[in-house]
Design a binder for this molecule. Structure first.
Ligand SMILES: CC(C)(COP(=O)(O)OP(=O)(O)OC[C@H]1O[C@@H](n2cnc3c(N)ncnc32)[C@H](O)[C@@H]1OP(=O)(O)O)[C@@H](O)C(=O)NCCC(=O)NCCS
Length: 205
């Protein structure tokens, strides 16, 4: 049954009337995507202390363990329960080691924004490209979130993040826009991936 097949038009971003998202376990060639558990706090905390995280991701500074706990409990777990976001732990499928996170945060009934981060030791070998492709395919499916478009934003200069979305098929907007980060205006890149079966998808030929 489509998870969001009923009550279209209700405000799902605030969670009113939203259907909980039952995250599946998805196994790919190298990875396993699964839902968050309360005992994921420690590795999220360690990963978030990485300088590249503080540079590119809007995290509290200084970053403390209770911030990781808030993310795991009040964002990753709670928003799946209230139907406003799907956040997956990305694990090494062979060892079960957590490598990072990929999330789809619902903006409207049919659109979500993708967000992701990876432990420093796991970067540079295509892990996130594999995770983004997998999560987006699931997000577009009727068994998943029934999305028609997935949006991406990153601070200008985050070349690694941009390469990931380009490889996953996103169209990057030619002009940068302004986003607010820690209260300061910053330039951002934006992109969009349209569901293959969507009426919004460009027609070929
Ligand atoms: C962005 C991020 C998820 C990329 O993950 P990844 O697994 O390294 O991505 P992939 O290996 O699939 O592809 C990344 C590509 O970008 C390149 N890249 C990564 N960081 C780069 C950088 N700082 N400058 C230039 N290229 C970079 C990689 O070399 C690779 O390209 P290549 O295969 O041609 O060499 C990871 O670097 C990360 O977690 N960064 C910190 C958090 C973050 O920025 N999140 C995104 C916020 S929008």
């Amino acid at each position: 049954m489509p998870l969001f097949g009923q009550n279209r038009g209700m405000d799902r971003v605030t969670g009113h009337g939203a259907t909980p998202i039952d995250l599946p376990v998805i196994v790919t060639e190298r990875l396993r995507l699964r839902s968050f558990h309360p005992d994921d706090v420690d590795w999220v905390y360690e990963l978030s202390l990485d300088p590249e995280m503080l540079r590119w991701v809007s995290l509290p500074v200084p970053y403390e363990r209770n911030h990781a706990q808030f993310f795991v409990e009040n964002i990753a777990i709670a928003r799946a329960h209230n139907g406003t976001a799907a956040n997956f732990v990305i694990e090494n499928a062979a060892t079960g080691q957590p490598l990072g996170r990929i999330g789809l945060h619902r903006k409207t009934d049919t659109a979500a924004e993708v967000g992701y981060w990876l432990a420093a030791h796991a970067r540079g070998s295509g892990v996130m490209t594999e995770a983004v492709r997998t999560a987006c395919r699931w997000g577009f499916s009727q068994e998943g979130m029934g999305l028609r478009r997935i949006l991406w934003h990153a601070l200008v200069g985050n070349v690694g993040s941009r390469k990931v979305t380009e490889r996953a098929g996103f169209t990057i907007h030619s002009k940068s826009e302004i986003m607010f980060r820690r209260g300061q205006p910053s330039e951002k890149w934006s992109g969009v991936l349209i569901a293959p079966q969507s009426p919004d998808a460009p027609r070929l030929g």
